[in-house]
Design a binder for this molecule. Structure first.
Ligand code: G1P
Length: 314
């Protein structure tokens, strides 16, 4: 059995949630503290043993290529200023044994279409799909956990997590039978059902390890009502012929495609960032204490306005 050596990063999509920030810059380059989302995704893939990174890119996304390319100018300036550790930091963004390949998706025709654009580059071997706006924080990294499950069962694997019922609308949702402690054998998968039609509360997070047979199902698919080819219905057709597993990953998902998820990731990552954690932690505690005092004062004012104002005056 071939191992998983290649990963597809669909990055051609146009973002509307972060406008105006993403008018001219790719959403995948939004930083969480000091690292762009796409770099977190790439680091996760490399930690899972991936050596070929296939970016399905589009117009306005050239800066992603530049990010993983050598920058003579930046390195020159840093060397001239004696900042050797920063030289190593920028040189280490793409390790030498890892190769980056770029293919264009001319029109935003859906996630399934993006994956199809990589078909020739993948060939006949299993591969990963990594959606950079899902920032997954796990130890071991989530894709490494999935590659382990893939090798064990020799089946396609989808990362899933339990969600709140109203979240069905933003996920592929699975149905299936428990197979192992964190593994579910998928019987059905539906793309973004309305909450009352969701077959379970397990939604797909943006990580997939897929058998190359998925290309056959993607090619057969008719575009949906929006004219797009989605990955979820192709996986649904695939599982009729072969086993597909859902894996409840160990870790936390930040949906950095939304403002709330992005801010949550920023706060959590700041709280353990070597340079920031102490000062940020102190600031955050002060802020929370201030907010609690405010809440207490408001409550007291409503209950006993006179005493509360006297108390606050001291
Ligand atoms: C895509 C998939 C969806 C999956 C989600 C995870 O949707 O189509 O099935 O649950 O990623 O983030 P998107 O977020 O691109 O709309």
């Amino acid at each position: 059995m071939l191992g998983v050596r290649k990963a597809v990063f669909p990055v051609a999509g146009i973002d509307t949630n972060f406008l105006p920030a993403t008018k001219a810059s790719p959403k995948e380059m939004l930083p969480v503290i000091d690292k762009p989302l796409i770099q977190y995704a790439v680091e996760e893939a490399i930690a899972a043993g991936i050596t070929e990174l296939i970016f399905v890119t589009g117009r306005g996304k050239r800066v992603i290529e530049d990010h993983f390319d050598k920058s003579y100018e930046v390195e020159h300036v840093l060397k001239a200023r004696g900042k050797q550790s920063l030289v190593e930091l920028v040189q280490g963004i793409k390790p030498p044994e890892v190769e980056c390949v770029y293919v264009r998706q001319a029109e935003p025709l859906g996630l399934g279409h993006a994956v199809l654009c990589a078909e020739k580059l993948i060939g006949d071997e299993p591969f990963a799909v990594v959606l950079a706006d899902d920032l997954l924080d796990g130890q071991p990294p989530v894709l490494a956990q999935m590659v382990h499950i893939f090798s064990h069962y020799d089946s396609s694997v989808l990362a899933v997590e339990e969600f709140e019922s109203y979240d069905a609308l933003s996920h592929g949702v699975i149905d299936g039978r428990r197979w192992d402690e964190r593994v579910i054998s998928v019987s059905r998968i539906i793309e973004k059902p309305s909450p009352e039609l969701a077959p379970s509360s397990f939604g797909v997070a943006g990580r997939y390890v897929l058998m190359p047979s998925i290309f056959h199902y993607l090619r057969e698919l008719k575009p949906d009502a929006n004219g797009e080819i989605q990955l979820t219905p192709a996986i649904h057709c695939m599982r009729k012929e072969e086993q597909v597993l859902a894996y409840e990953f160990v870790g936390k998902r930040y949906d950095c495609g939304t403002k709330l998820g992005y801010v949550q990731a920023t706060v959590d990552f700041a709280l353990r960032h070597a340079e920031l954690r102490d000062t940020f932690d102190a600031w955050l505690r002060e802020r929370v204490a201030g907010a609690q005092l405010g809440i207490w004062a408001c409550g007291a004012l409503l209950d006993q306005p006179e005493q509360a104002t006297r108390g606050l005056a001291h």
